[in-house]
Design a protein around this ligand. Structure first.
Ligand code: BT5
Length: 259
């Protein structure tokens, strides 16, 4: 088990951020940081507030799936009040921030898999769940939930072993969650500031996608598409070239990369 101590004070100390991470709420154990962050957002929490947990008992993936967050992992949720025109960029900002922060604390080479995964050596090390409340043109809030397998022994979770990995399993040593979380917040703060200043994360995000050029199978709702992942649009959708050479635009889905 990791000995590094996560707390609101240790995370925020001299962090030097403008928005994201200027306020941190830490809980040793919660149901889901996204649920708590949404409650805080509805109460008007200051933008950039981060809810961090030592473990989650009911961590959430997309489409009501489960996200396992035993002790030693990282689970955090960031509260933002973005413009509607920026909403689709948040997944790009978040995945780039995760990649940069892992690279900053290790020599690992993370890759982004469309739409919301970060992989190392082909296995999922991080999942991102963005939940937002939109009314007309107004975004009441957006919560970016990030789960990173930091110090997780996959041998203890056989059901995840084929698809998942952790930083500690990849490195053969534990990582400092504190260093990683602090770096993640600094990267998020910088990329979000850039976005607000009109600099889009799109180009870098597209260039780092492992998905492009690959033969993929995408399940979106009840529909399954197969073809070559040709490109991504600036709104984050995947452009898939199917067997009939039609170009199909897919907003969100589950991707299987095929050899
Ligand atoms: C995701 O969903 O990848 C989004 C995960 C978001 C988790 C964060 S943690 C902080 C915040 N609070 C929350 O409650 N959630 C967010 P999805 O693409 O649907 O992937 C879910 C699938 O990944 C599951 O069905 C499992 O197969 C697999 N999975 C579950 N736990 C995992 C883990 N720790 N590592 C890798 N894969 C996992």
């Amino acid at each position: 088990m990791s000995k590094d101590i996560l707390s609101a004070a240790s995370v925020t100390k001299n962090l030097g951020v403008r928005l994201i991470g200027r306020r941190v709420i830490y809980y040793p154990s919660v149901t889901s940081t996204n649920e708590l962050a949404k409650q805080e957002a509805r109460k008007g929490a200051v933008e950039g507030t981060v809810v961090i947990a030592g473990e989650q008992t009911v961590g959430k993936g997309r489409l009501s799936r489960n996200w396992l967050t035993p002790k030693g992992n990282i689970a955090l949720s960031i509260i933002l009040y973005p413009d509607l025109t920026h909403l689709h960029f948040l997944i790009m900002v978040a995945s780039l921030a995760v990649v940069h922060s892992i690279e900053a604390v290790s020599n690992l080479k993370p890759e982004i898999k469309w739409p919301n995964d970060v992989l190392i050596n082909g296995r999922k090390v991080c999942g991102i769940l963005i939940e937002s409340d939109v009314q007309g043109n107004r975004v009441n809030y957006a919560v970016i939930g990030i789960g990173i397998n930091a110090n997780l022994r996959l041998a203890d979770f056989p059901e995840l072993q084929p698809i998942a990995t952790s930083l500690s399993d990849e490195l053969g040593r534990e990582v400092s969650r504190l260093n990683l979380v602090r770096r993640l917040l600094v990267e998020m703060d910088r990329l979000y500031s850039d976005l607000q200043a009109g600099k889009s994360p799109y180009d870098e995000w597209r260039d780092r996608l492992v998905t492009l050029g690959k033969r993929v199978r995408v399940k979106a709702g009840e529909t399954v598409y197969e073809g070559i992942a040709e490109s991504v649009a600036e709104d984050g959708s995947l452009m898939l070239r199917d067997a009939k050479s039609s170009l199909i635009k897919i907003l969100a889905g589950d991707v299987t990369l095929r050899e």
